[in-house]
Design a protein around this ligand. Structure first.
Ligand code: NAD
Length: 502
């Protein structure tokens, strides 16, 4: 059985102050199953009044939640993790239905990752770190308080809706903030299930709120809202720029997790079997709709042709199909619009590069879904669109290089810097690659794995700020210096700079 979205969200697709509600924008949006094109659930979109109500609920909940002890917040998050684990199958089915992800991916990656993230932040809630208190001036004791910031306005994309909701909400609430999250309007279902699970775990009403509306209306209103203290955004670099502009008016603290165009650098001593398997998995994860997906393989000349032939052959074995079928490796893209966008990139590339395999939508039973075949493109110039732009589909471009320095230079030659990998058995090459590649994550001999304990976030135009890990926990706190005079002296030594002599 698929997920019964109509029934579960009959009361609406907004979650404000602990309950579902209908949006008041006067407009509706359909969640569509991209595997079939069928309408899964049509709901009323949030308007600005709903954003105001959610922010008011979050503001009202803030003093109580920020005032809870770290142990109390930690216990609530442990219960939250347990409720999510109990509801794992529901979450996986809803995620696969709205995104078209193979059920095995939702079950084995998205949902367990979210449960683990929740458990991680339950622990982190009790471990705020900082500089030690001390008499740094000699006459005073100084210490640092790390405090919750207030209401956090978060905006998430459609590619990993559940994990993105988790990455935004968990560190924020672990630190004592309250949150209003706007998921992408295409994929609200698992964000709503996540918020319901928070309430079921006893997290107070108003700590986690979801407003499901468009970016222009609900998103910009949330970013510009005077009662929102910080904006945390994950999405494209283009929209991130707009979010930064809107946030400037109220001088908001910003966290931007933006686009990527991850390089995959294969040196001539690499284990080629491992590199070929890694390239296909790294490029096709989530049908290529992954900000860290391998998109540009740079392969040293001696092994280039062999890599191209073997990668194409392996890509051709990947099975497209119904996301709910156990034999399916690759689902559709998120929508027909996204599929057509990817196809247009590939069609334009035919003029200047070689399409080695793929490059078309499948026919037959899959024709009505937003499917696109795994695609390998060789011999594109470094400055071409297909090498430089984020495609967000199952497309890998392969280019040759000669010297190690050239491989690293080409890897760094895009405006993005989110993630990268290098493939070699030479420890010195690996060391140089990790030092010289400008990206927030560099894998050696793998591509894609993430873990709750380690930070995820970009360099360059991939944004700033970190998700997951203790680093993201810190992002959702603000630092206050407290200074106590220890002398009780009325006229202090430094006062002579204002009046009198020593
Ligand atoms: P998008 O930028 O189109 O939309 C992201 C979110 O922003 C959606 O909720 C959307 O409704 C909202 N939005 C749109 N216009 C807005 C506006 N003017 N003001 C406020 N909010 C607005 O991105 P997408 O197509 O949903 O997702 C794909 C993009 O996300 C890719 O670029 C991908 O690389 C990026 N991404 C990055 C990371 C990361 O960690 N760096 C993770 C996942 C996805």
């Amino acid at each position: 059985m698929q997920f019964p979205a109509q029934e579960r969200f009959a009361d609406g697709a907004q979650f404000i102050a602990g309950r579902l509600a209908r949006g008041s924008s006067g407009r509706t949006h359909a969640v569509v199953d991209p595997a079939t094109g069928d309408d899964v659930h049509t709901y009323a979109l949030a308007g600005t009044d709903d954003v105001d109500a959610a922010v008011a609920a979050a503001r009202a909940a803030f003093p109580g939640w920020a005032g809870a002890t770290p142990a109390e917040r930690s216990e609530a998050l442990h219960r939250f993790s347990a409720v999510l684990a109990d509801r794992a199958e529901d979450l996986a089915r809803a995620e696969s239905l709205q995104c078209g992800k193979p059920l095995k991916l939702s079950r084995e990656f998205d949902v367990p990752g979210t449960v683990d993230n929740t458990a991680f932040f339950a622990g982190a809630a009790r471990h705020l770190q900082g500089q030690s208190a001390g008499e740094y001036s000699g006459d005073h004791t100084s210490y640092v308080r790390r405090e919750a910031i207030g209401v956090i306005g978060s905006i998430a994309p459609w590619n990993y809706p559940l994990q993105m909701a988790a990455w935004k909400i968990l560190p924020a609430i672990a630190a004592g903030n309250t949150v209003v999250l706007k998921p992408a309007e295409l994929t609200p279902l698992t964000s709503l299930l996540f918020a319901e699970a928070a309430t079921a775990a006893g997290i107070p009403d108003g700590v986690v709120n979801i407003v499901t509306g468009t970016g222009r209306e609900a998103g910009e209103h949330l970013v510009g809202h005077p009662d929102v203290a910080m904006t945390s955004f994950t999405g494209s670099t283009a929209v991130g720029r707009r979010v930064a502009e809107v946030a400037t008016a109220t001088v908001k603290r910003l966290h931007l997790e933006l686009g990527g165009k991850a390089p995959f650098v294969v040196f001539d001593d690499a284990d080629l079997d491992a590199a070929v398997n890694g390239a296909v998995a790294g490029a096709l994860i989530n049908t290529g709709q992954d900000c860290t997906a391998a998109t540009r393989a740079y392969v040293q000349r001696a092994v280039y042709e062999e890599f191209v032939a073997r990668t194409a052959a392996l890509m051709e074995t990947v099975r497209l199909g119904d996301p709910f079928a156990p034999t399916t490796d690759l689902g559709p893209l998120i929508s027909h619009v996204q599929r057509d966008r990817v196809a247009a990139f590939v069609d334009r590339a035919r003029g200047y590069a070689r399409v080695v395999t793929g490059g078309e939508a499948p026919g037959g039973d899959l024709a009505k879904g937003a499917y696109y075949r795994p695609t390998l493109i060789a011999d594109a110039p470094q400055d071409s669109e297909i090498v430089q732009s984020e495609i967000f589909g199952p497309v890998l471009v392969v280019l040759p290089f000669d010297t190690d320095d050239e491989g690293i230079r080409l890897a760094n030659d895009t405006p993005y810097g989110l993630a990268a990998s290098a493939w070699t058995r030479d420890v010195y090459r690996a060391g140089r690659a990790t030092r010289d590649i400008k990206a927030g994550c560099v894998w050696i001999n793998d591509h894609v794995p993430i873990i709750s304990e380690m930070p995820h976030g970009g360099f360059k135009q991939s944004g700033f700020g970190k998700d997951m890990s203790a680093y993201s926990f810190e992002e959702y706190t603000q630092i206050k210096h407290v200074m106590f005079d220890n002398t009780a002296v009325v006229r202090k030594d430094w006062h002579r700079t204002i009046f009198g002599d020593r």
